[in-house]
Design a protein around this ligand. Structure first.
Ligand code: FES
Ligand code: FES
Length: 140
């Protein structure tokens, strides 16, 4: 499963040393950008994916202007999407991220941002492929 494949002990590390903080060029045709906000608190998350010609995510990064749980959730999300297909990552649930980080119920919406950001990034990438004339067919 997603969790078994990626689980490692230092969950708290995602708070102290978030992985994959950064930005890709939004204009790159192989990059998908998801920008989402949480109405409840105003926090904002940007998550980006870099996709190869087979529809596999080869890299991911994020910038989150928000609480520690949102930052940790995006850090986990970038780790989980790497090496997966663009369809496969649509099955990543915020509840999995929340469980992984042991988020309390009041922080569930922080992990929801990460799920939404993944979906938005894939949607953006797909829209770019269509604009490019559908020359890059997705496999799967
Ligand atoms: Fe599991 Fe890093 S602690 S993704
Ligand atoms: Fe809103 Fe965490 S408190 S994203």
């Amino acid at each position: 499963s997603v969790l078994a494949r990626h689980y490692h002990k230092n969950v708290v590390d995602h708070y102290e040393k978030p992985r994959n903080v950064g930005s890709f060029d939004k204009a790159d045709p192989n990059v998908g950008t998801g920008l989402v906000g949480a109405p409840a608190c105003g926090d904002v998350m940007k998550l980006q994916i870099k996709v190869d010609e087979n529809g596999n995510i080869v890299d991911s990064c994020f910038k989150t202007f928000g609480c520690g749980s949102a930052i940790a959730s995006s850090s986990v999300a970038t780790e989980w999407v790497k090496g997966k297909g663009v369809e496969e990552v649509l099955t990543i649930k915020n509840s999995d991220i929340a469980k992984h980080l042991s988020l309390p119920p009041v922080k569930l919406h922080c992990s929801m941002l990460a799920e939404d950001a993944i979906k938005a990034a894939v949607k953006d990438w797909k829209a770019k492929q269509e604009k490019a004339g559908g020359s890059q067919q997705q496999q799967q």
